[in-house]
Design a protein around this ligand. Structure first.
Ligand SMILES: *[C@@H]1O[C@H](CO)[C@@H](O)[C@H](O)[C@H]1NC(C)=O
Ligand SMILES: *[C@@H]1O[C@H](CO)[C@@H](O)[C@H](O)[C@H]1NC(C)=O
Ligand SMILES: *[C@@H]1O[C@H](CO)[C@@H](O)[C@H](O)[C@H]1NC(C)=O
Length: 455
């Protein structure tokens, strides 16, 4: 009878440094070069798994700001194996990516709104990841791809089909059953979060959910977000702004900015946004709240949008339909100070980022002239300092490869690593004296028949 293998490897085997001496010398060289060439990265990143002592040395060298990742907050080494389910491997999975007829393309989803792009991006980056494994037996975590938000918007599946397809798909994953879903990762990048899968609370309420939305105040009874198992991911900033090199719109010097603050977005009947618009009417020279068109013939282009955004010292980010807002992330690329006006907002990578150093959060109940007075009282010197710290951290909002020194994907990998467990159990899994895992009928894991029964 075969054991499940991976979960039984000796404690700590996981964390052996896997660098040869040549690697180590190479790493040190890289660390020094990085230090001299780009002081920008003060994140004490190490390009490969260095023994702890060397990490410390390099960190002392490169630490400038308040952030020091990854050692503080995560540990010294990234060592993680993720299995990415293949679309063809599981009956029904294809429909969650391309619709019931398989006609929706990745490109169509990439062109869509932020919510739909992110799923495709994360899936693509994971497929190329150095932390990907092809062997289920050795995987720490399992990634279940799906583009349901896009598929739903394009009519590829309706809510009922989405629900049924998810259930069908996970019932074909014995490893999901083995852990009760605890080592399976799902991405839900839109405001609706995991609610897109109607019966999420029954089937994936133990799984790891990646979402930009950490809101517990959605209109439904139960929040799909759980601080201790789920991961907040950054919003997807337009590639033209976040890519390395010259962004489409460059930041303006503080002295050239016309406004103290701005809010670019529609009111959508939201009381906080309406309050902001009222303040802007009262102080039009200080707060810019233009009536922007995000659709129709006068639709604002991406470039014009960022040209507006960069024209203030502070970019206000009020709550929308839900609590997270993309504007918060965008502000780092035009270098205005984000002011969060959304009390329930949850932010990514809190293990390593001290948000009080790079942003302001103001009570949404105090939106009014008082807010402008407060912002006006902040000196340009202080503003510059906040902006400078934000500049060092913003690489963590960029959806680039996890082998880049600093990227959203790398941050997500560190977060995922913290979720890895040596052992998983569920109410329907049992184990014997010799490491064999069995189900209630004492059938050993390797012989479980599909579909496996779910709750
Ligand atoms: C473990 O024990 C069970 C029950 O005695 C047996 O059926 C199974 O073959 C054993 N597994 C291994 C890997 O030895
Ligand atoms: C979702 O699908 C499952 C399996 O088909 C079903 O039991 C459940 O009632 C469905 N949930 C909703 C909300 O329709
Ligand atoms: C998760 O689902 C199980 C099975 O339906 C249920 O018993 C449990 O209460 C759910 N937990 C939460 C937090 O919703």
């Amino acid at each position: 009878m075969a054991s499940t293998g991976s979960k039984l490897r000796p404690l700590g085997a996981h964390h052996q440094p896997n660098c040869t001496r040549t690697h180590q010398i190479g790493c040190l060289f890289l660390v020094f070069t990085t230090f001299f060439l780009t002081r920008l990265f003060d994140h004490s990143f190490t390009p490969c798994d260095l023994p702890v002592e060397q990490v410390r040395t390099s960190q002392d060298l490169v630490q400038v700001g308040p952030q020091s990742w990854p050692v503080r907050g995560y540990g010294s080494q990234l060592f993680l194996k993720i299995y990415v389910y293949d679309v063809e491997e599981i009956d029904g999975l294809k429909a969650l990516l391309y619709g019931r007829d398989g006609k929706i393309t990745e490109d169509a989803c990439l062109k869509g709104q932020w919510g739909t792009q992110l799923k495709v991006k994360i899936h693509k980056l994971l497929k190329k990841s150095r932390y990907r494994t092809r062997k289920k037996e050795e995987a720490d975590l399992f990634f279940v791809p799906s583009y349901v938000k896009c598929v739903r918007m394009m009519g590829g599946l309706n809510d009922k089909e989405i629900n049924q397809t998810y259930v069908k798909v996970i019932s074909q994953m014995p490893y999901f059953r083995l852990s009760g879903g605890r080592n399976h990762i799902f991405v839900f990048p839109s405001g609706a979060g995991a609610h897109l899968f109607k019966s999420w609370a029954t089937y994936i309420n133990r799984s790891i959910i990646l979402t930009p939305e950490g809101d517990r105040t959605d209109k439904r009874d139960t929040s799909a977000f759980n601080t201790w198992k789920d991961i907040i991911i950054p919003g997807n900033v337009d590639d033209g702004m976040s890519k390395a090199g010259a962004p489409v719109v460059q930041p303006l010097p503080l002295s050239k900015r016309k406004y103290l603050a701005n809010y670019l977005g529609r009111a959508q009947g939201k009381s906080d946004r309406l309050k902001l618009i009222a303040v802007a009417t009262q102080f039009p020279n200080k707060l810019e709240c233009p009536d922007l068109k995000f659709s129709g013939p006068d639709k604002l282009g991406r470039k014009e949008y960022f040209e507006h955004l960069r024209n203030a010292k502070f970019c206000l980010a009020p709550r929308g339909e839900s609590s997270w807002t993309l504007r918060f992330y965008e502000s780092y690329f035009v270098e205005c100070v984000p002011v969060i006006l959304s009390d329930q907002a949850e932010l990514p990578f809190q293990n390593v980022i001290d948000y009080s150093q790079i942003s302001i959060k103001w009570p949404s109940s105090r939106i009014g002239p008082q807010l402008l007075q407060y912002l006006e009282s902040i000196s340009d010197e202080d503003i510059e300092a906040i902006i400078a710290r934000g500049r060092q951290v913003r690489c963590l909002w960029v959806y680039a490869s996890d082998s880049a020194p600093c990227s959203a994907m790398r941050g997500i990998m560190w977060e995922l690593q913290r979720k890895v467990r040596q052992f998983h159990q569920s109410a329907e899994t049992f184990w014997l004296h010799n490491g064999s895992f069995v189900n209630r009928n004492l059938v050993e894991f390797s012989k479980w028949e599909l579909p496996v029964p779910l709750p």
